[in-house]
Design a protein around this ligand. Sequence first.
Ligand code: UTP
Length: 287
Amino acid sequence: MKIKTAVFPAAGLGTRFLPATKSQPKEMLPLVDKPMIQYVIEEAQKSGIEHVIIITGRGKNSIEDHFDMSFELEHNLREKGKSELLELVESISSMITISYVRQKEALGLGHAILCAKHLVGNEPFAVFLGDDIVDSEEPCMAQMIKAWDKYQCPVIAVEKVDMANISSYGVIAGDQTEDRLYKISDMVEKPKVEDAPSDLAIIGRYILTPEIFDILEKTQKGAGGEIQLTDGLRTLLKSQDFYGYQFHGNRYDTGSKIGFLKATVEFALKREDLGAEFRDYLKNLDI
Ligand code: UTP
């Protein structure tokens, strides 16, 4: 079966970015001049995803507006002959089919994914978390879909991280079966360094089978009173083979301030229209 649908949970409160996120969604914060969510939706589109289901909550309306047509703006740009900008704005609303589901209460990532059950149906699907932005030649999800096509079982993106930081992640235990592919035997959420089964951290890209929905429905609230995705994945692991895929590319943790800043600087340096001037500016900084 092909992976055609993706779920994008965006109903979290974004507390690490307060006060910026008091009245605007974290997903709309820009890296240079593009909202974070657009980077991820572009990855989905380039990976062959046809339909994205965004899980939203209160205060997230600007996400819907961003991917909608903007008649006034488009009319204005047309009148003024700003054809490049017009093309840019029009391309966003025609990028991909998007549906929205409201998560009424922020009851956790597992619960957010469960909110998409009726739209996903009985098919395998991808999950993208907007806090992880991957800069790579071949989109991260496209790489993972190749592993899915071969094994037709759940695949999660993993990355080797410094052991000093391992306690911030979900971590897999498993055996390497191929270049960049690990058969997962267990996963632990935010382990102490001494308890971590490996240095392979789970990153916000998943390919899951629809059985996860029934499991999440039965999953009790875990850490923080939330329905945790990892608890559901551990149950799914008992009945299905499960792979970790170590993707090619640079991953930025844009859900943290330092990761957000690193991505901003590196993306700006790579821009044709800004890179040279910005590099010069950074070189001469004397603070
Ligand atoms: P995080 O744990 O990063 O939470 O959620 P957050 O609210 O986005 O940010 P902080 O930690 O308060 O700064 C991981 C992902 O799961 C989504 C979030 O939108 C984010 O994409 N999520 C989380 C939901 O959609 N619903 C929830 O109930 C919880």
